[in-house]
Design a protein around this ligand. Structure first.
Ligand SMILES: Cc1ncc(COP(=O)(O)O)c(C=O)c1O
Length: 429
């Protein structure tokens, strides 16, 4: 049997998409569960986005598109950047791709050589670990802890930089913690970054999801002198409710942008024109719809936080950005699920009508022995199987003492899901 390349032989399936698959299988079995796992926006794009997609479909010319990106999308992205107070880029700096994930994959593909180090503040989005590894790089984690609201200090960043550092990856605000660095903090981080010549990859997919009270800005606004090294990554997935349209945009120094254009030309050729036209409409069009959603997320996150924060078994900072909570649940490890617990789980419909392949127990039965909660992975499974609420174990993000809760569901669903988590955790003995 011919063999796979070493870097891909042991590559894992995206762990969050794995949780999604488990959730879908349980739902297909008729289990009524509340899904607070995947970071989807839970709203559909505004009407003008669909209208533009339909117009593009009607205009289809039956040709390949540009490997840099549809002209309307490139222009709309530059317009979006100016709206964010960034006037440093022109068309030659911009490239589009099939979502931020694809662009990040491409960027690491064109900058990393075997053994190059990529410094990443953690907890972080799990895909960073995989795409750096798949490009032959080595992740150097800089851990933020619950005590520091999951933020890292400039000194910790400085200590992680070595002559082997090829890139530093910043995600502001962060998935999974929602931690956001304000203008002053960015000044301090920029001072450290000036001391290295590494690329600075700024994953900004949540950059509009910040509390209005915060003095938030982009790294390039406090340090425009770094523009020759900063790669800004954006996406329409979260902000405009378009995760399935698969459109991302980046603005980078010309040499790197050109390398990604060449990669596109030899891989995807171009972003599908209908999706590109829809994304352009989202970036250029009326922003009030998505800004209203951002405000709703903030309110939902505050609601969920209010339900969790008073528990002595949870340490849950209230973040300034994104739409996640990342409570430290380590106080639950070693506690037991009371024997009666499984009988009080959520209702299950038509339990036997669909063949499920995952190893998840069928509708709860009363358990005879109290179960001891081992760790984050185990707690997540218990929450899924017994409380019927899906969250993501912290280890996937590099922090095994925590869980990630996505707060994008409507307020009632979120409140019910969080109440189930709280009641399950409170019931542990
Ligand atoms: C931090 C972060 N970056 C990038 C992405 C991917 O975005 P896209 O849908 O544009 O690929 C996600 C999606 O969850 C994310 O959380």
């Amino acid at each position: 049997m011919p063999r796979l390349a070493p870097l891909h032989r042991d590559a894992r399936f995206c762990p969050i998409l794995d949780v999604v698959a488990q959730v879908r299988q349980l739902q297909a079995r008729g289990v009524e569960l509340i899904d607070l796992s995947v970071g989807t926006p839970n709203f559909l794009p505004a009407a003008h986005v669909y209208a533009q997609a339909q117009a593009a479909l009607a205009d289809d010319r039956g040709v390949y598109g540009s490997s840099r990106g549809h002209a309307g999308l490139v222009e709309a992205y530059l317009h979006y950047l100016s709206g964010q107070g960034l006037h440093l880029h022109e068309e030659r700096h911009v490239v589009t791709g099939l979502g931020a994930k694809h662009l990040l994959h491409s960027v690491f593909g064109v900058i990393l050589e075997p053994g190059d180090e990529v410094v990443i503040p953690t907890p972080c989005w799990p895909t960073y670990f995989d795409i750096v590894q798949q490009a032959g790089g080595v992740v150097v984690m800089v851990p933020g802890t619950v005590e520091t609201d999951y933020k890292i200090s400039p000194d910790a960043l400085a200590a992680a930089l070595t002559p082997r550092t090829k890139a530093v990856l910043l995600n502001n605000p962060s998935n999974p913690t929602g931690a956001a660095y304000d203008r002053d903090a960015l000044h301090e981080l920029a001072a450290v970054l000036r001391g290295s010549d590494a690329w600075i990859i700024s994953d900004d997919v949540y950059s509009r999801f910040v509390s209005p009270s915060m003095d938030f800005c982009h790294l390039l606004q406090v340090a425009p002198d770094l523009v020759d090294r900063v790669v800004k990554i954006d996406s329409v997935s979260k902000l405009y409710g378009m995760p399935g349209w698969r459109v991302g945009m980046m603005a980078a120094p010309v040499s790197l942008a050109e390398a990604v254009v060449r990669l596109n030309s030899n891989s995807i050729s171009s972003v599908p024109e209908v999706a590109a036209a829809a994304a352009a409409a989202a970036l250029r069009g009326d922003q009030s719809f998505s800004l209203a959603m951002v405000e709703q997320y903030r309110a939902r996150r505050a609601l969920a936080h209010g339900l969790l924060a008073s528990s002595p078994r949870l340490r849950c900072p209230l973040p300034d950005g994104a739409f996640y909570l990342f409570p430290d649940v380590s106080a639950c490890f070693g506690l037991h699920v009371p024997a009666h617990r499984a009988t009080t789980a959520a209702p299950v419909h038509a339990a036997n009508d669909s063949p499920a392949s995952v190893d998840i127990p069928h509708p709860p039965r009363a358990q005879s022995e109290p179960i001891q909660v081992r760790d984050d992975l185990h707690l997540t499974q218990l929450l899924l199987n017994q409380a019927h609420v899906a969250v993501v174990p912290g280890r996937y993000f590099g922090e095994p003492r925590s869980l990630r809760i996505t707060c994008s569901a409507d307020a009632d669903t979120l409140a019910e899901g969080v109440a189930r988590i709280r009641s399950f955790i409170d019931s542990l003995i």
